[in-house]
Design a protein around this ligand. Structure first.
Ligand code: GAL
Length: 340
């Protein structure tokens, strides 16, 4: 009898110890893998920092998020290896900013096959796969998968806003009064739908406003400030006073262009115009001062919060939509004056 009692006692103690462990493990820790196309990108730096900060605000005594964030270094092979690691590490959810939208299929397939929920951000996998099929054709809508979605902004809107800012000016962008708005287009990564749409829709907005325009040069600056500066500097030398307007697909390149414009002795608002996208702090400051004509707010706060909220929904097993859109906002001088 004593023996039985002793055994029972040991069992009770073991049970209560286990219960103790369980209460310690009442905390659920979710493993979140975040793959960013490239850390060295002004806008994506703000975006990724906000992903981490916002996850932190959602933590409670019982729910924690263990975030592993990796830099794809703008290299598809690197990113593919990082996704393999995420799969091996059995991430509970993956947030993915693709290096190459045309290879989206390869990465999405792997993640779906591993049954890991996926939130794609910033680079919409809209382009074509290696065989030239649109992704919808190739997958019959992989984004219709219940655990895959895209969170982003419709880049057409940002291009349209750039053009509308020009069209709203008294001289409608014709700085030298020769009857034609002559512009250069400093493009982001041309494979990226943001670059394609901003290029197309900024000019379409000029057309729609009945403005006669002419493209002097389109050149790829890959979202990079230094390249924006180089391209604009050589265009200023080549085209001189003919050049009315510099469209940049993002602010990083526009900040580079602003430096080139100053070095060439040209003055934004007086003899040349300069437009960007993103509303980086420095660009907004310039718009307020008049050293940039305008930019468009690419809402990294709204997008990162939405991406994280949807990731959390997926972790809870809740149903999600396949697309989430966050609006751009037009930022011209009047907007900066009104919003500080
Ligand atoms: C765009 C943004 C660019 C660059 C790019 C990266 O939305 O405007 O500055 O960050 O994303 O894909």
């Amino acid at each position: 009898m004593r023996k039985i009692l002793a055994i029972l006692l040991v069992l009770v103690m073991a049970f209560s110890l286990a219960a103790c462990g369980a209460s310690g493990s009442d905390v659920t820790t979710y493993k979140v893998g975040v793959a960013i196309y490239q850390y060295n990108d002004n806008f994506m730096t703000l975006y990724r920092e906000e992903i981490e900060a916002y996850f932190k605000t959602l933590e409670t005594d019982t729910v924690k998020y263990d975030i592993t964030m990796v830099d794809g270094g703008n290299d598809m092979n690197t990113q593919s290896g990082q996704i393999d690691n995420f799969i091996t590490q059995k991430m509970d959810v993956i947030i993915l900013n693709l290096v190459q939208t045309s290879s989206a299929d390869v990465l999405i397939d792997k993640i779906v096959a591993a049954d890991i929920p996926l939130v794609l951000i910033n680079r919409e996998p809209l382009a074509y796969d290696a065989d030239g099929n649109t992704l919808d054709e190739a997958y019959e809508g992989i984004l219709n998968n219940a655990k895959v979605c895209y969170v982003g902004a419709d880049a057409r809107q940002s291009g349209t806003y750039q053009g509308e800012i020009v069209a709203a000016l008294e001289n409608k962008g014709d700085m030298n009064g020769d009857g034609v708005v002559k512009y250069i287009m400093v493009q982001g990564d041309p494979e990226n739908i943001d670059a394609q749409y901003r290029t197309e829709f900024s000019v379409k907005a000029l057309d729609d406003a009945g403005i006669n325009s002419e493209c002097l040069l389109t050149q790829v600056g890959n979202w990079d400030q230094g390249k924006g500066q180089e391209i604009t500097a050589s265009a200023l030398t080549q085209f001189g006073a003919d050049l009315d307007l510099v469209f940049c697909n993002n602010d990083a390149m526009a900040l580079g262009a602003a430096a080139a414009i100053e070095q060439a002795g040209r003055v934004v608002g007086e003899d040349i115009l300069l437009l960007g996208v993103d509303a980086l702090d420095e660009a907004v400051k310039r718009v307020g001062e008049g050293t940039m004509t305008g930019t468009v707010l690419n809402d990294h706060i709204g997008q990162s919060h939405k991406a994280v909220d949807v990731a959390v929904q997926l972790l809870k097993g809740e149903a999600i939509e396949n697309y989430y859109w966050v609006d751009y906002v037009k930022v011209d001088k009047a907007y900066v004056e009104a919003n500080g």
